[in-house]
Ligand binder design. Sequence first.
Ligand SMILES: [Zn+2]
Length: 214
Amino acid sequence: MTSFTTPWTAEQVTHLNDYQQSGRIHPFTCGQRDQHPNNEGVLVATENGWHCPADGCDYTQDWAHAFMAASPPPPDPRDFMAKVRAENQRGHEALQQLLFATEFRIPCPEAADPDRSDSGPVLQPEPLIVQKVTANWADRFPDGWLILNPNLQPGDHVWTGDGWVYRGNLHIGVIYRWTRDEAIAEAQRLATEETRRYETWVAEQRAAARREQP
Ligand SMILES: [Zn+2]
């Protein structure tokens, strides 16, 4: 194995120390390690050569393997596998969170608003809410989900499949008629419709306000 001696450049020193810490090779250690049994004496590279980090130890070494200074150590394949496992684990946790979620918010697209001034607020309806059946009704509708529109007054309106109806007027089985996947898909479709409805409503409000002005 080719070796080379001091002095070393700053870049070579960086590579040498990276190798020492990489776990890819057995690191150079102090030749006087028996004098400081509590410090392993993993040598530290400087431009003047290796030094021992142990307190009071004056051990130095002026040569290193050439390959250690030529380039950074290659990545450890065990690090790569650990990273893959960590990412799989995160993906798994995210999926579990989705499966255990009892509420999803489905955003509505921003409304077209040609009259909007630069400083005016963006017109956008509140997100539609997809919600799992509450504990009171979980026995009867264990997989039941509802689709709620918080933009309609008075109070909450839920989607029956035919229209938005005040939930107080509906049978519980109609309110929670959806499975989770059905409710999410339906709410995504409804979100676009909701923005169109909202645009019309805003236009009507503005027209009414103009009529009321003296
Ligand atoms: Zn030492």
